[in-house]
Each structure stands twice: as C-alpha cells, then as structure tokens.
Design a protein around this ligand. Structure first.
Ligand SMILES: [Zn+2]
Length: 197
C-alpha cells in the first residue's frame, strides 16, 4: 500500500506534470516559431523532441516502478523464509502420522493419511499464501518486462509477454499451474488482450 501510494505520487509529479509542462512549453514554442516563420520541417523537428521527452519520462517511470516492486518482493520473500520452517513436519490430526506436505503450498489441499486413511485438510500458512501476489506476481512482471516494453511498438511482443509472465507463475506456483495455463490461453487467444497493446 505504501509503495503504491508513493509510486502513484511520483508518477503524478514526473510523468503527468512534466508531460503537461512539455506540452505547454511546446505550444509556446510552436507559436514563437510561427512568428519567425520557421519552416514546417523545423517545427516538426522540435515537436518530436517534446514527444520523445514524454516517452522517455514514461518509460523511465515504468522501469522504476517495476524495480521497486521487485525489490520489495525479494525483501518480503527473504523475511518470510526466515519465519517459515521448511522442515516442519505436518502430522495427521487423527493418528499423528507424518503427512508429506510442501510448506510452499498456495491452496488448501485435502490429503489422505497413509497410516490411518483419514483425510486432513491442509491450509497453507498465510505468510506463504501472500507470496503469490506480493512476491511471485511482481517477480513475474519483472521477468517479462522487456516484452511488455516492446509490446508498445510491436504487437507480437504482447503475446510473448503473456507467455513469459504466466510461464514464470506456472513454474513458481505449481499448485495453480492449470489455473494459470487457462488464464494464459484466454489471453493469447482473445484479441481483446492483444489488440490494444
Ligand atoms: Zn493418520
């Protein structure tokens, strides 16, 4: 929440306000150039500079934004790892037999005890559960960032972005592989997600 508020404020001060200044500055400059009867070519050459500046500030902001979230994600992961005991055994509620449960699970699962046959429901640790959105999701965005940037000018890159983004999620959240696979296919096959890149 804090990062979101800060980056939003920063975006307003950089991308939004500086772009408005570039536009306002350009309007004045264009008027001045017309007064001195500058050629259409000279005017276009200057107009491009304003557009380039606006593009630059937007891209720099995007890069910064993605890196801040990725840094926070690594920090959160580091902290969670310190508090999660990977070797902790989960025991059957009926017979205290050991249950083969992966600590880094993201969904509740029903697991049958090998010793007594009773079904135990395992709820992942809340600190592990939040990793999916607050950590893995942001690392996936970082992983696929260059494709996302390219998609601004190259329509095919949007599909590469989805593949890379979901590929990362499927690899790191294997419990939900099928879910992400379906989402990815929906995006790859639905023109709505690729046409407006
Ligand atoms: Zn049991």
């Amino acid at each position: 929440m804090i990062i979101h508020n800060i980056t939003n404020g920063l975006k307003n001060q950089t991308v939004t306000q500086l772009s408005e200044k570039a536009d306002a500055g350009w309007d004045k400059m264009e008027a001045e150039m017309k007064k001195i009867s500058a050629s259409g070519n000279d005017i276009s050459a200057q107009r491009i500079k304003a557009a380039e500046f606006k593009y630059w500030v937007e891209i720099e902001y995007e890069k910064y934004n993605i890196s801040v979230y990725a840094k926070a994600a690594r920090k959160i992961l580091e902290n969670v790892k310190k508090h999660i005991d990977e070797k902790k055994m989960h025991k059957c509620t009926q017979c205290a037999g050991e249950l083969p449960i992966n600590v880094y699970s993201f969904m509740a699962i029903n697991i049958k005890c090998d010793s007594c046959g009773s079904v135990n429901t395992y709820q992942p640790d809340d600190r592990v559960r939040v990793l999916e959105y607050y950590v893995i999701n942001h690392l996936a965005e970082e992983h696929a960032f260059s494709e996302k940037l390219r998609s601004r000018t190259d329509k095919n890159a949007m599909k590469e972005y989805w593949k890379k983004y979901y590929g990362y999620l499927m690899e790191n959240v294997p419990d939900k592989k099928e879910f992400y696979q379906r989402q990815m296919e929906e995006r790859l096959n639905n023109p709505f997600f690729t046409a407006f890149s």
